[in-house]
Ligand binder design. Structure first.
Ligand code: IMP
Length: 197
């Protein structure tokens, strides 16, 4: 039997890699960039999720053989004109500081009646330095006025998905993974790989 083809996830986040591996099963050997010392750091200089996901997938597939899948995601809040968007992870002033990000979001939303928001995720699949396909997933919801729940990460304690009364941080990963932006984009990527790889 031929060995399973290699799918490299353009991330250093073990949680993301495990989530993708669980959805893909054993059709692919799923690795991430932590397995490759020669992998370059890709700067996310784009102004859209697609640009950033493309930079990562194309940059990494230029130096590593096999399929490369990247993702870029964030929160868009209607009352803030779509902010924080691609700058979601540094909204509070310090890259990756979720407490500061949530504190700024709560401050900016104070007294606002319009609470609609969505998480958006774009994934790019690339080979030999070129995009082959991209996929996008969104989950609509609302920003609440006080954080609730301890599960998940990032803005999860402030986001109630449409059709629910609990936040992502209260619902937990099992429910979140059935409706999240990332799960929706990943479902499309998995379908594409099943038909094309
Ligand atoms: P990245 O695409 O994983 O770098 O995510 C960018 C930022 O968007 C994260 O640091 C979070 O602030 C936010 N974000 C993306 N996905 C989620 C999510 O599922 N829950 C909460 N916050 C998220």
């Amino acid at each position: 039997m031929d060995p399973a083809p290699r799918l490299i996830i353009a991330t250093r986040n073990a949680h993301k890699t495990a989530e993708i591996r669980a959805m893909i099963g054993d059709r692919f050997e799923v690795l991430d960039v932590t397995s490759f010392l020669e992998c370059p750091e890709i700067e996310e200089t784009g102004t859209t999720f697609l640009e950033n996901a493309r930079l990562k997938a194309e940059g990494i597939s230029r130096v590593l053989d096999g399929w490369v899948l990247s993702d870029d995601s964030g929160l868009e809040v209607d009352a803030l004109g779509g902010a924080p968007g691609v700058w979601s992870s540094s909204f509070g002033g310090e890259e990756g500081n979720h407490a500061l990000n949530n504190a700024r979001l709560l401050r900016e939303m104070e007294g606002k009646a319009e609470r609609r928001a969505r998480f958006r995720c774009t994934m790019v699949l690339a080979q030999s330095g070129k995009e082959v396909a991209h996929f996008s997933g969104t989950v609509e919801g609302a920003i609440i006025a006080d954080a609730r729940g301890a599960m998940g990460f990032g803005y999860d304690p402030l986001f109630v998905p449409e059709g629910h009364t609990a936040t992502f941080a209260e619902l937990g990963d099992e429910v979140k993974n059935t409706l999240s932006h990332r799960a929706r984009a990943l479902t499309q990527a998995v379908e594409f790989l099943a038909g094309n790889a």
